[in-house]
Write a protein that binds this ligand. Structure first.
Ligand code: SAH
Ligand code: SF4
Length: 370
């Protein structure tokens, strides 16, 4: 590994940087496009796969550069078709990505950090604590790795037309806006070099206000989702400590300032927790809060953790052990209030609960086996 540290990781380079690197090796400029094609469209893991480069060129590249790849440790498949991938990073940290088929959609949910420092009381990732930020290639390579896995499966089944990821959501482990530069750099490669449509990418945040506005300024144009989860500062601060720093009023103001392309909306995620944030008054307050914002509300019935939690969350954050999911009729009643007052609202089905792949269940613990 030490040896590799000295080398350039091709997946960390922008197109311009790769181009300069190729030139510095005395190679022809068109090699840049060939290498991009191999890595971002054919998901090559090594220079040896790049058969249109001469052996000498491949050796030259190997001496100075590496292609950083995540190590897939384990794949789990739910009975509903959801799949969870456990990846190991170079330093042994673990992250998870989740692939969710839903009719014609195939959504990949990726992680932005190993763990999360935000300590939201209802979220297992938050309860397990923060390990470190992901590097941009570690964010990017979740997409590349899963695309490669899907392609190779299709090839082995002789399915030529193939399955394709239609949507990418940054809703896995971690707070993406607390890892801003690496996330932006990964997204630039996903939209630029992989040519994945920005309209089909959604970044979800617990509400880091300055970074929401900075995200708008990047011009990346990805969709924004806000984990709102409460309609008063009192309740929100209790379940999401970040609200003490960035309270509701300011968060909603930032959403109003967020430039939205025509026909698009900000998604507001709302984890429904029985007796905490699911009252009729909450529904009415939610309608008022979002007045005038082009929004859609994703109601996510609370998913309980499957495994014992480490209590790293501060005492001020309410504990998941006290939480439960509202009844089906309470969930529907909440949604009806929103719909009747003109808000767009859907209840998000819990997917992959049997493999702990649903919202708030990602913890990336490894107990061996494949
Ligand atoms: N950290 C970012 C991205 C992760 S998204 C964020 O919080 O937005 C994870 C989503 O799952 C968030 O909308 C969060 O509110 C939701 N979630 C977390 N724990 C949950 C649980 N136990 N049940 C249902 N949804 C949960
Ligand atoms: Fe972190 Fe999001 Fe979980 Fe909160 S909900 S702890 S911000 S991953």
């Amino acid at each position: 590994m030490k040896h590799n540290d000295m080398k350039i990781n091709i997946k960390e380079l922008s197109k311009e940087e790769l181009s300069a690197f190729i030139e510095s090796l005395g190679l022809k400029p068109y090699r840049t496009e060939q290498i991009i094609n191999w890595i971002y469209r054919r998901y090559a893991e090594s220079f040896d796969e790049m058969t249109n480069l001469s052996k000498d060129t491949r050796e030259q590249l190997k001496e100075t550069a590496v292609i950083g790849n995540l190590t897939l440790l384990k794949t789990l498949e739910s009975k509903d078709g959801t799949q969870k991938f456990l990846f190991e990073l170079e330093d042994g940290e673990l992250i998870e990505s989740v692939l969710i088929p839903d009719n014609e959609r195939l959504t990949l949910c990726i992680s932005s950090q190993a763990g999360c420092a935000m300590s939201c009381g209802f979220c297992l990732t938050g309860n397990a604590g923060f390990k470190r930020n992901l590097k941009s290639y570690e964010v990017l390579d979740q997409v590349i790795s899963v695309m490669r896995i899907i392609r190779d499966r299709d090839l082995s089944k002789n399915e030529k037309s193939g399955h394709h990821i239609t949507n990418i959501v940054l809703m896995g482990m971690g707070e993406p806006l607390n890892n801003f530069n690496e996330i932006v750099s990964a997204l630039r490669k996903i939209t630029g070099l992989m040519k994945f449509s920005k309209r089909r990418i959604t970044l979800s945040t617990s509400g880091i206000i300055p970074k929401i506005l900075a995200l708008a300024e990047t011009g990346l144009g990805v969709n924004l989702a806000i984990s709102l989860n409460a309609t008063t500062d009192e309740t929100r601060s209790m379940i999401m400590p970040i609200n003490k720093k960035y309270p509701l009023k300011d968060l909603i103001k930032a959403c109003r300032q967020f430039p939205l392309p025509p026909r698009s909306r900000i998604t507001f995620e709302y984890v429904l927790i029985s007796g905490i944030n699911d009252s009729e008054e909450d529904a009415f307050r939610l309608v008022n809060l979002l007045k005038g914002i082009r929004s859609k509300v994703n109601l996510i019935p609370y998913n309980p953790p499957h495994i014992a939690i480490n209590n790293h969350a501060p005492k001020s954050s309410a504990r998941s052990s006290h939480f439960s999911r509202p009844s089906e009729s309470d969930i529907l009643a909440f949604k009806e209030i929103l719909l009747n007052r003109g808000l767009m609202a859907v209840i998000r089905k819990s997917r992959g609960t049997d493999i702990s792949a649903a919202c708030g269940q990602l913890k990336a613990d490894y107990t061996g086996g494949k």
